[in-house]
Ligand binder design. Structure first.
Ligand SMILES: [Zn+2]
Length: 90
């Protein structure tokens, strides 16, 4: 396998893993925003300023899916992601 082939293979493996930082470019997707946490189903109020600033939105553009996470679930998810990164680091 040459360099270019390997890079292409890695790219295809990463489908579906999008960072929440891409939200800015996909404002239209906010129509799909759920009204509850996608993990624990705690209810979300779009008009609550504190919720809007502390909850986290994950947009999967290709699948037209928007997920919403309360701060607790988000922190848990971040810890898991960090663990995975640490074990991938070698
Ligand atoms: Zn939650």
């Amino acid at each position: 396998m040459n360099r270019a082939q390997r890079r292409a293979a890695q790219k295809s493996n990463k489908n579906g893993k999008k960072s929440s930082k891409e939200i800015d470019s996909t404002m239209g997707m906010f129509d799909l925003l759920p009204d509850q946490c996608s993990a624990c189903l705690a209810s979300y109020d779009k008009k609550d300023k504190q919720m809007v600033t502390t909850w986290n939105v994950v947009v999967k553009e290709e699948e037209k899916v928007v997920r919403l996470y309360c701060p607790d679930c988000w922190n848990t998810a971040q810890r898991i992601i960090q663990d995975v990164r640490d074990s991938d680091a070698e």
